[in-house]
Design a protein around this ligand. Structure first.
Ligand code: ASP
Length: 438
């Protein structure tokens, strides 16, 4: 029989009316046997996610010795939820214990994880399904690294003993039992771990959009939905800003054939986006999607005969390494080399320190810093072995009067990365979208 693992995100778990939708989705298909939930998210634009409030509780307790003030908001939200859902669940007992724990000794990870914990308790009560704590089955090493193989053994054994279960997303436990969370949005990752552990036929990831769009709907109105996407394309698009799914969610599934199906809790009749291992190209599709990220700095280094100077690149890169700065791209010419660095890695004014260190190391003829650079990725397996994709991209940019600052294409031909001034970012994305999908 088919077996589905379903993960529901924060907006799906936010309030009674959304949880009712979740309930209908699960109960309408008996193969939806394992359910992973996020903490309740925002109910309206100015609302605060439970996870954010829980971090606030931890920091308030560090500041003042007690988390009581922010925790009161969490209490109210869960009491209201349980009352509206008319559940016979003593939520007060759990809330009091959590408050005590945070005040006593808890870490930020423990505090943050409790949103998923409570959300899963509530969901298991509603569905009449067993609650299995993620701390019991998802394991980290003593150094806090996710222990994939131990976890997989435990998950597959433990879940083979039950018909179905509700499991909190986002966290697991270290060998001493203390709670460790994944990075933000990590319930997607939990869903993938469970899907692998039970060898699901599909991992359904239920969210608040129909799936991956061919580009950012904040830039292009009503872009087309991507119906099928490969793991690799997904990785490129989510890394470059398409935020539907945690970019690391595919890792647990990489050795398997399990597809991820993005679905919309608020529009369950849409088939969503199917993410598959197979990289064979959909007939006639050249480009799968276009994504982009703002916030990069370029350091352009020029030195005559650079190419002949052995160790030049290594010496430049050692400067970045010493500052723990990650390099996004490094296009090079005969006498030039550009370093493209995310601004999030640069503290205020740090680029000038880097410039002086690089000068000291390799004595370049000149060195320039360009701020406010954005990167755009045009992604698709379809462009390999096909001529004309790059021409189409750059013709569209030229027509839109966008100055291209950088071009990078890997030999996998899975993507073309283009650097533009941030002031041209939206214009560039719209122009490329128009050329391929307009
Ligand atoms: N609740 C966590 C967060 O807000 C994890 C998740 O929802 O996936 O990041």
């Amino acid at each position: 029989m088919n077996l589905k693992v379903c993960k529901f995100g924060g907006t799906s778990m936010a309030e009674k009316k959304t949880i009712d939708l979740v309930k209908n989705i699960i109960l309408s298909d008996e193969t939806r046997r394992f359910v992973i939930v996020s903490a309740p998210g925002k109910r309206f634009a100015s609302d605060i996610k439970i996870t954010d409030l829980l971090y606030e509780c931890f920091y308030e307790k560090v500041r003042s010795g007690s988390c009581a003030v922010p925790f009161a908001r969490i209490k109210k939200r869960f009491y209201d939820l349980v009352n509206e859902l008319e559940l016979d669940l003593d939520i007060g007992y759990h809330l009091d214990r959590i408050q005590e724990e945070i005040d006593k000794s808890a870490t930020p990870d423990f505090a943050a994880s409790r949103g998923e914990y409570l959300s899963a308790l509530i969901t298991s009560e509603i569905l009449g399904m067993e609650f299995i704590d993620a701390a019991e089955i998802i394991k980290f090493t003593a150094k806090g690294v996710f222990d994939a193989e131990t976890t997989n053994d435990i998950v597959s054994h433990r879940l083979s003993l039950v018909k179905g279960a509700v499991i909190p997303g986002f966290y697991g436990a270290m060998p001493d039992g203390s709670i460790k969370t994944f990075s933000r949005g990590g319930s997607d990752f939990t869903g993938a771990i469970i899907a692998r552990g039970v060898m699901a036929d599909v991992y359904e990831n239920w969210t608040d959009v129909d799936g991956f769009m061919t580009t950012d709907p904040r830039i292009v109105k009503d872009p087309l939905l991507i119906d099928v996407l490969s793991y690799e394309e997904l990785r490129e698009l989510s890394y470059m800003g398409a935020s539907v799914l945690h970019p690391e969610s595919i890792f647990p599934l990489q050795g398997t054939e399990i597809p991820i199906n993005i679905r919309n809790t608020f529009n369950p009749s849409s088939k969503g986006t199917l993410i598959v291992k197979d990289t064979s190209v959909k007939e006639g599709r050249l480009v799968t999607g276009i994504a982009g990220r703002k916030g990069f700095t370029t350091i352009l280094i020029k030195k005559s005969m650079m190419n002949a100077q052995i160790g030049f690149c290594r010496q430049v890169l050692s400067v970045l390494e010493n500052y723990h700065i990650s390099l996004e791209h490094m296009p090079t010419g005969i006498d030039t080399m550009s370093l493209i660095i995310p601004d999030s890695d640069l503290e205020q004014g740090m680029e000038f320190e880097l410039v002086s260190k690089i000068r000291g190391k390799v004595n370049p003829d000149s060195i320039f810093v360009y701020k406010d650079i954005s990167l755009i990725a045009v992604v698709g397996h379809g462009m390999s072995h096909q001529t004309g994709t790059a021409a189409k991209v750059f013709t569209a940019l030229a027509k839109a009067d966008v100055n291209v600052k950088m071009i990078d294409q890997g030999s996998s031909e899975l993507n073309i990365i283009i650097g533009v001034n941030t002031s041209d970012f939206e214009k560039a994305i719209s122009a490329i979208y128009g050329a391929f999908f307009g």
